[in-house]
Design a protein around this ligand. Structure first.
Ligand code: IMP
Ligand code: MG
Length: 199
């Protein structure tokens, strides 16, 4: 008889695809949209000193594909943040775990995010970066959950607007896992339940 599949070790040996309830955005659809976004950026910033800033870690897969869809010269840099507090209560304050390596003064900055949820992270980052006097600063987010918005942030480019579901894949994680899924998927509720049992 098979034992119940509840241990952390069991989970580590399973395919990550088995934990997905449904695919929300498939691989081909993601690639098509990323190409469109890359073309749009190439047109918008032609002749400008463009710097793409990726907010770690969730946006790395999107960023890697996006820069190859951009045909104009540009530089890239990375920021890492962590929000104060956890769970549903978000104070709006964000801790910078890794700051930019280069100055953004007089440069055209495009912030690249994986998903905008409450909007608190981006709202904070925007204020912080504005103080460094870039020539311009705009935001691109692969995903948007408009229902969850708390902070009033204007997102200039959105890849896909999605319903209020917790999604993983294409860079997005749950407990640091599932970033390597090539699509955006909704996690099975049993994954949360199992994690609660072993926690
Ligand atoms: P907020 O907009 O400040 O609430 O936070 C956005 C961040 O929360 C994102 O950059 C993600 O790291 C994380 N996040 C929000 N919703 C999801 C989700 O559905 N899946 C994975 N991470 C998420
Ligand atoms: Mg993020």
């Amino acid at each position: 008889m098979m034992a119940a599949n509840h241990s952390a070790q069991d989970r580590q040996s399973r395919s990550i695809h088995a934990d997905i309830e449904c695919v929300l955005v498939d691989e081909a659809t993601l690639q098509r949209r990323v190409c469109e976004l890359g073309e749009s950026v190439s047109q918008e910033y032609a002749g400008k000193d463009l710097l793409l800033v990726s907010v770690l870690k969730g946006s790395i897969v999107f960023m890697a594909d996006l820069i190859r869809a951009i045909s104009i010269p540009h530089e890239i840099d990375f920021l890492a943040t962590s929000s104060y507090g956890s769970g549903v209560v978000h104070s709006g304050a964000v801790r910078i775990l890794k700051d930019l390596n280069i100055s953004i003064e007089n440069r055209h900055v495009l912030l690249i995010e994986d998903i905008i949820d409450s909007g608190n992270t981006l709202s904070y980052l925007l204020r912080m970066l504005q103080e460094r006097q870039p020539a311009s600063i705009r935001i691109m987010s692969l995903l948007d959950k408009p229902e969850r918005r708390e902070a009033d942030v204007a997102v200039d480019w959105v890849g896909f607007s999605i319903p209020n579901e917790f999604v993983v894949g294409y860079g997005l994680d749950y407990n640091e896992i599932y970033r390597n899924l090539p699509y955006i998927g909704v996690l099975k509720p049993s994954v949360y339940t199992k994690n609660e049992q072993v926690a």
